[in-house]
Design a protein around this ligand. Structure first.
Ligand code: ADP
Length: 400
């Protein structure tokens, strides 16, 4: 039935995901994705009543232009759906130092999101544009916008995990600490894993790997996240599409003092030119990297470094558990689709008790979920993430 619909908007740094769904029945009425914002060709794909549409919407398209297209072209004349929206859920990457749950958006919430911009400079500004545009385009629902934060999931982490070993004053006075990211996805897949394992979520010991353009690992002990690989910003941790992840901080001083590279340029190098793109020199897209893994040595090296670091994180998070690990989960565009990285990573963890089922691993992709290990292994699941559903569920609780 077309009622109690939630509009979910996820404005990323270079993409926009949107959907209109009923969080109770989980039925999606409309969903879409804008890709390649600010690049030579920006595309939009959307699905409505089982039909898929794709369009090139121009060059160097901004978030505002793309949102105008979504409202004026994709959603226009869909009154049956629009009239039944009762709330809008916005994914917000960083809630800064104060926010530990999803909240209704008002001027105070907007200030919190603005204050957290230094911690997520690529993401929070995009989230704010989305919020502003939705309030303008759907004024009747202006007091039904909810912010669902990626950082909320990490607010219960202990100080031993979230503090950096720098003078304590930087935490006390400037709130420099580990905040984590991708919390909505880690939260969703860990809960799904508890259902698959038929285990009470509050007793669950699990390591979740969200591997997409941005990638992170989280350790969840007895249903509470106790550590995660992203830090003050989403730059720390794993090797990512274009982000370096962990590096020796001295590299920054070296680039600046010895090579004369400006701080702004170093930031650009570490966020946009590093990771898989920087190492391979070819692409950050795993569809390309997987295809050229056995023929291009640099591609192979970049993928091997990605898996090397991922396996080290998984192994180190095992020692944070207070009993046997229940499972590891792979999710995100790479985790869900690239059997190669699951195989390489788990083979490095063989001695820790992971034994992959090669056949099953090859078969699980394109939205399928399931187990990819043999019986004697610590279970490893692939679970497609569904951040929209979790955002919609939180939103409906708050607006109603
Ligand atoms: P984001 O962090 O932007 O949400 P995604 O979770 O969509 O990213 O993941 C993007 C990554 O997943 C890219 O490296 C992309 O190449 C990879 N990917 C997505 N689908 C596939 C697929 N079918 N095969 C191989 N790689 C894929």
């Amino acid at each position: 039935m077309l009622n109690n619909l939630i509009f979910v908007l996820n404005c990323g740094s270079s993409s926009i995901k949107f959907s209109i769904l009923n969080p109770k029945s989980k039925k999606k009425y409309l969903s879409g994705l804008v890709e390649c914002l600010f690049l030579k060709q920006t595309y939009i794909r959307w699905q409505y009543l089982g039909v898929e549409y794709k369009k090139n919407i121009g060059s160097y398209i901004s978030h505002q232009d793309a949102l105008n297209f979504i409202f004026d072209k994709v959603l226009s004349k869909k009154q049956d759906i629009l009239n039944n929206i009762i709330g809008i859920g916005h994914r917000v990457v960083h809630g800064g130092k104060k926010i530990n749950k999803s909240i209704l958006i008002n001027s105070e919430t907007i200030n919190f999101i603005k204050e957290a911009i230094p911690f997520a400079p690529l993401h929070n500004p995009a989230n704010l544009i989305g919020i502003k545009m939705v309030i303008e385009k759907l004024p009747i629902l202006s007091n039904k916008n909810v912010a669902v934060f990626d950082t909320s999931f990490y607010q219960k982490m202990p100080k031993t995990s979230f503090l950096y070993a720098i003078p304590y004053i930087f935490y006390k006075k400037y709130y420099i600490r580990r905040y984590g990211a991708h919390g909505i996805s880690h939260n969703y897949v860990s809960y799904q894993a508890s259902i698959m394992l038929n285990k009470d979520f509050n007793l669950l010991n699990i390591i979740t790997c969200h591997l997409g353009n941005g990638s992170s690992v989280s350790a969840i002990r007895n249903g509470v996240c106790v550590d995660t690989s992203m830090g003050l910003t989403p730059l720390e941790g794993l090797v990512m599409g274009t982000r370096s992840g962990d590096i020796d901080p001295s590299i920054i001083f070296f680039m600046h003092q010895q090579m004369g590279i400006s701080i702004d340029k170093i930031h650009e190098i570490l966020t946009k030119e590093s990771g898989l793109l920087g190492l391979s020199g070819k692409s950050s897209d795993f569809r390309y990297l997987e295809k050229h893994y056995s023929t291009d040595k640099r591609v192979q090296l970049s993928v091997d470094i990605f898996c090397h670091r991922l396996s080290k994180y998984i192994a180190s998070y095992m020692c944070l558990m207070d009993k046997r690990l229940d499972a590891v989960v792979f999710t995100g565009g790479i985790g869900e689709n690239v059997s190669l990285i699951r195989e390489i990573t788990l083979s490095k963890l063989y001695l820790m008790g992971f034994k992959i089922d090669i056949e099953k691993n090859l078969l699980i992709k394109n939205g399928k979920s399931g187990l990819i290990t043999i019986d004697k292994s610590i279970p490893v699941f692939v679970i497609p993430t569904n951040e929209e559903l979790l955002i919609a569920q939180d939103t409906i609780k708050i607006v109603s």
